[in-house]
Ligand binder design. Structure first.
Ligand code: LLP
Length: 425
């Protein structure tokens, strides 16, 4: 059998001309479950995680999956069963990870705008740690914890002011970003935290951006953070864990990001050289664990030749796949059934009433109406960012494990969409 792997990894491949996920033909999934349909590979998720686990072998290190990348319950269950903790950014994400079977002690809480109510719930449950992003947040968290008669475990998210060399919308560690406490103010903030009655300082963290394909910004951020750890500990405040955030990029097209184990080999060498090798380490990857573990299968509705452009209109849209519209992101688009024949260059667009509703530009395709296409690298920041714009129900999701297929989310019905809305009297 002629097997060809796609750049997104061996779990997604052609058997002959039929696109398969693990042991299952994608066409069968589309026929049975309809489109648009997200299809995930269990093996691809565990494979991505194992690159981190290899990188951290023999170290005191733990992966906290950043579920904003894909927060579907069964996906969380996969990572919980594999021993991951979770990085959350809202009360909603907190309830999701608990529903997926995680323990409060496996949860860290990031985000610039935690509400008192979210803090209270997380404190009552006893989460592992709060990643605090501003000095006013320290005061509020201390007050909420004091009311409850507990001390909140805190890590301060420091903005190391390094350029992650990625899209400006997903850079977070620069001076001009809203995230974290400025590097120059961090020591003062730690002293304030240590003096507050409701807090217990446990760590330090940073996160410099997303879809990072270069090792240098990580090395620079690590240097800046380790300098601070030295200064903070010299001021008498012990730092138990160091959290280096997430951000590692994946291959969408021709990017060449380091593998997680190769990245960590470089970073651990620096940690060792600087005498921090035996610290408790944490990371918060999202995209690199799930991005290339999912595709979105869509049907070609119409071909619309034009004077300037040809359009291939598909049944998935910016509400399902928001990344091209938001970041001009590139996702490969491939046929579910390959066939020989002439190709035409199309802009691949969805049915939503916006010119920004495009999924791929200038793609050579031989597809005909009624055939299926697969939008690749759609495991991260697609379903979790999906919306009901144009009153489109959100897509269904299936997870493939070998030859087994699990429906992990039903297609959203109109009843689901209307729930909670009220007509005027
Ligand atoms: N930790 C924190 C504090 C974060 O803000 C993020 C992502 C992560 C971890 C996980 O980063 P990752 O490993 O996934 O790069 N919607 C955008 C990406 C936004 C990332 C936001 N923060 C996209 O589709 O490209």
């Amino acid at each position: 059998m002629n097997l060809t792997s796609l750049p997104q990894g061996p779990a997604f491949h052609y058997e002959g001309d039929a696109l398969c996920v693990e042991g299952v033909r994608v066409a069968e999934l589309a026929r049975e479950h309809g489109t648009p349909l997200f299809v995930y590979s269990h093996a691809a998720m565990l494979g991505a995680l194992s690159a981190y686990q290899r990188g951290f072998a023999g170290r005191k290190a733990r992966v906290f999956y950043a579920l904003k990348a894909n927060s579907s319950l069964a996906v969380l269950q996969v990572f919980a069963r594999a021993g991951c903790g979770f990085d959350i950014v809202s009360g909603g994400e907190l309830e999701r990870v608990l529903a997926a079977g995680a323990q409060p002690a496996d949860i860290i809480f990031s985000g610039v705008g935690k509400t008192r109510r979210e803090m209270r719930r997380a404190l009552e449950l006893g989460i592992h740690c709060f990643n605090v992003e501003s000095e006013p947040e320290l005061d509020v968290l201390s007050a909420v914890a004091t009311e409850l008669g507990v001390r909140a475990p805190v890590s301060l998210r420091v903005n190391p002011d390094v350029n992650p060399l990625t899209h400006p919308y997903i850079s977070t560690g620069l001076k001009g970003n809203k995230f974290g406490i400025a590097h120059k103010d961090a020591l003062r903030a730690y002293q304030r935290a240590a003096a507050l009655p409701g807090l217990r300082v446990v760590g330090i963290d940073c996160h410099i951006g997303s879809q990072i394909t270069n090792v240098t910004p990580y090395l620079d951020a690590m240097d800046r953070i380790l300098d601070l750890v030295t200064a903070i500990e010299s001021a008498g405040i012990p730092i138990v864990h160091i959290d280096f955030g997430g951000g590692l990029g994946i291959v969408y097209n021709e990017e060449q990001p380091p593998a997680a184990d190769a990245l960590w080999q470089r970073l651990l060498a620096k940690l060792d050289a600087r005498g921090f090798g035996d610290r408790q380490l944490m990371v918060e990857p999202g995209r690199s664990l799930v991005g290339n573990a999912g595709i979105c299968v869509t049907e070609v509705l119409y071909l619309k030749p034009g004077e300037q452009k040809n359009f291939c209109i598909i049944d998935a849209a910016m509400n399902d796949l928001p990344r091209p519209a938001m970041y001009e992101a590139f996702h490969q688009i491939v046929p579910v059934q390959r066939r020989a024949g002439a190709t035409t260059v199309y802009d691949v667009v969805g049915p939503v009433c916006e010119s920004g509703d495009w999924i791929g530009r200038e793609r050579a395709l031989s597809a005909q109406p009624g055939e299926w296409l697969a939008v690749l690298s759609a495991g991260a920041y697609c379903m979790s960012m999906a919306s009901n714009y144009n009153s489109r129900g959100r897509a269904a999701e299936v997870l493939v494990d070998g030859s087994k297929v699990h429906v992990i989310r039903e297609r959203e019905s109109i009843e689901d969409q209307l729930r909670g809305e009220k007509l005027l009297p």
